[in-house]
Write a protein that binds this ligand. Structure first.
Ligand code: B4P
Length: 192
């Protein structure tokens, strides 16, 4: 199986590139951001709790997202593989993902990290905020909070995969198709 963690700060292009990777490699796309937003849309108890945190740019608790991923892995047994978008976002989530995959006799093939400067992230997300309706895209203050959460809690996840020799970095600024080509070159080198 091909199991990819697509990594990067908020607005790095994870969602954008995941759509293309999923089609080319016939993978199941699991975005914890999308899963949480669908809970919010359905006004579930989980969604209402998550909304309060997400609107402020704060990460939701690990057990919530790990539980959602567990359900999806069960649902898609027999898939060619998965692209994990926006997950894991803490070292604890990374350990939980390894355990979940191991219970399915599987593992992460590699992490691909998109490198984008903070200034570019803020510009992209403010632009998306003009049309997305997402509360967390609406002000520079909220976007900065998300970047701060990334720096403090999420960045160490890269070291987790570096220590497993599963880390590849790809330039995330430039044309979407050009970035996609570089991601594909990195994916094609991963063990399956
Ligand atoms: P996400 O939905 O994952 O939000 P994101 O990081 O903003 O998405 P992404 O990085 O995919 O944005 P994209 O590049 O596609 O998370 C939202 C919130 O949910 C988090 O803050 C947190 O509260 C919660 N959450 C989610 N997962 C969690 C977890 N595991 N644990 C705890 N909490 C969790 O898009 C950015 C913009 O850039 C788009 O408008 C796009 O068109 C544009 N763009 C993309 N590529 C470009 C390029 N090359 N050039 C110019 N623009 C580009």
């Amino acid at each position: 199986m091909l199991n990819i963690v697509l990594f990067g700060p908020p607005g790095a292009g994870k969602g954008t590139q995941s759509q293309k990777i999923k089609e080319k490699y016939d993978l199941i796309h699991l975005s914890t951001g999308d899963l949480l937003r669908s809970e919010i849309g359905a006004k579930t108890e989980l969604g209402l709790k998550a909304k309060k945190l997400m609107d402020q740019g704060i990460l939701v608790p690990d057990e919530v997202v790990v539980g959602m991923i567990d359900n999806k892995l069960q649902e898609h047994k027999g898939a060619n593989g998965f692209i994990f978008d926006g997950f894991p976002r803490t070292v604890q989530q990374a350990g939980a993902l390894d355990n979940l995959l191991e219970s399915h006799k599987d593992s992460i093939s590699g992490m691909i990290a998109l490198e984008v400067t903070k200034n570019e992230l803020v510009q992209r997300l403010l632009k998306r905020g003009e049309t997305s309706g997402r509360e967390d895209d609406k002000s520079e203050e909220k976007i900065s909070k998300r970047v701060e959460e990334y720096e403090n809690k999420t960045k160490p996840v890269a070291d987790y995969y570096k220590s497993q020799h599963k880390f590849t970095s790809v330039e995330g600024i430039g044309e979407i198709d050009e970035i996609f080509e570089n991601i594909c070159s990195a994916i094609d080198k991963l063990p399956r």
